[in-house]
Design a protein around this ligand. Structure first.
Ligand SMILES: NC(=O)C1=CN([C@@H]2O[C@H](COP(=O)(O)OP(=O)(O)OC[C@H]3O[C@@H](n4cnc5c(N)ncnc54)[C@H](OP(=O)(O)O)[C@@H]3O)[C@@H](O)[C@H]2O)C=CC1
Ligand SMILES: CC(=O)[C@@H](O)[C@H](O)COP(=O)(O)O
Ligand SMILES: [Mn+2]
Length: 387
């Protein structure tokens, strides 16, 4: 790494990935420096982060919530900006070396897009950016000549392991899945689960939306689509295996039958630091494997009857076009309805499939068209709930 500090914009610094990113920053002892932080509504935490790291800029992305907050808690060195235009402003600033895309959901796409458009490397946690608009996002990164460094643990593992062989020799990638909190539940039991049970992930502590996605295994569906665009792989070269310990973060199989994996305890600080410091490998604050203890690594095929999201992910990864955007928006709306107790757990995937089936597919949508479809799909979920 360069000896001067690498200036970061952390989009979504108050979330689970954002907070872990700041732990990585603290551990770097000045090699990484937060230049701007954004939060949507958690302004108390944002002010604490700005104080602790003496951050030059913070952005409050929800202007209504920002108006009713007492910003006197910000340190004198920090300038407050408000709204989505301010996100575009900070990511494009000359001082910025890298942008961490850690907002949740489709709201994250605009920040990822603005960062790439401004020619900034992106450490990408917001998988929804690629699920919604993978071909457009990858094309923009290529045109601007900037890398997208994966933060999602599976994609970080594949990115690292791919360095070990030639692309032409690749047979397939295998995404590992924990199986979520309902891995051992029967179908009948899954019809009874509560929000609290669904939020209780067995191996990772994450934000609410991705925790519910893990419980339905829609997270793995989104990750198949993410991998399809990030690594430019056809859907039939992307497989999923359930690995309950979340130690092997994914695998790559080459055509000679050799299978390579990346492993570490489940701790997002490692893939975050890998993305921020690549190709260096520096000491990290992440938990390490203790091989003086006994470890078990189990693998099992996913049960596609109990987890129908997986088939949906495969179909959408193969279809491309508008399918990813509609799937993503419908799922986000269905998850929000489940969290609000308006929809049952086992209705999330059928509602998403119904909206996807209802949309008229286009193979090469513009960003504007995707934005319209995002709005449409959310309305369709509301209609599905009412009927
Ligand atoms: N958590 C994890 O371990 C992993 C997460 N990811 C991905 O990383 C992303 C972030 O996940 P996670 O950190 O768990 O999520 P969280 O819910 O913990 O955090 C989300 C962040 O986004 C902000 N935010 C929420 N809504 C909006 C909006 N409408 N506009 C702008 N900002 C918004 C939140 O602000 P505020 O809190 O201030 O309201 C918060 O800073 C997701 O795409 C997820 O799929 C990928 C792999 C692992
Ligand atoms: C940490 C991370 O990358 C998550 O996406 C994680 O993979 C979720 O766990 P599941 O494997 O249960 O979806
Ligand atoms: Mn993941």
């Amino acid at each position: 790494m360069a000896t001067s500090a690498r200036n970061l914009v952390i989009l979504g610094s108050t979330g689970s990935i954002g907070r872990s990113t700041l732990e990585v920053v603290r551990f770097s002892e000045g090699a990484l420096r937060p230049w701007a932080l954004t939060a949507h509504q958690s302004f108390e935490l944002l002010c604490q982060q700005a104080t602790q790291f003496q951050v030059p800029y913070v952005v409050a992305t929800d202007p209504v919530a920002a108006r009713s907050w007492d910003w006197s808690l910000l340190p004198p060195c920090t300038k407050l900006l408000v709204g989505s235009e301010a996100v575009r402003e900070v990511v494009a600033a000359a001082e910025v070396d890298m942008v961490v895309a850690a907002m949740v959901g489709s709201a994250g796409l605009a920040g990822t897009w603005a960062a790439l458009d401004a020619g900034k490397p992106v450490a990408l946690a917001n998988k929804e950016s690629l699920v919604m608009a993978g071909p457009l996002v990858m094309q923009l990164a290529a045109e601007r000549g900037v890398p997208i460094l994966p933060v999602d643990s599976e994609h970080s593992a594949i990115f690292q392991v791919l360095q070990a062989g030639r692309r032409d020799d690749l047979a397939r990638i295998i995404l590992t899945a924990s199986g979520g909190p309902f891995r051992k539940y029967t179908l009948a039991e899954m019809h009874q689960v509560s929000v609290e049970q669904a939020l209780s992930h067995p191996t990772w502590r994450m934000g609410k939306k991705i925790s519910i996605d893990s419980a339905t295994m829609m997270n793995k569906a989104l990750e198949m689509i993410e991998a399809r665009w990030l690594f430019d792989l056809p859907a039939d070269q992307i497989d999923v295996v359930v690995h309950p310990q979340s130690i092997i973060h994914s695998m790559v199989e080459f055509r000679d039958g050799s299978m390579l994996a990346q492993m570490s305890p489940p701790d997002m600080k490692l893939p975050i630091q890998t993305a921020l410091t690549w190709p260096s490998r520096l000491p990290s604050p992440a938990r390490k494997m203790d091989l003086s203890q006994a470890w078990k690594l189990d693998f099992e095929p996913p049960d596609e009857e109990r987890f129908p999201a997986l088939a949906l992910g495969r179909e959408v990864a193969a279809a491309g076009g508008t399918a990813g955007c509609v799937l993503n928006a419908a799922n986000e709306a269905a998850v929000a309805s489940f969290l609000a107790k308006e929809l049952s757990f086992m209705e999330i995937v059928p509602a998403t499939r119904a909206v996807l089936a209802n949309h008229s597919f286009e193979s090469q949508p513009t960003l504007e068209r995707l934005s319209e479809l995002d709005t449409w799909a959310r309305q369709e979920v509301s209609r599905w709930i009412c009927h």
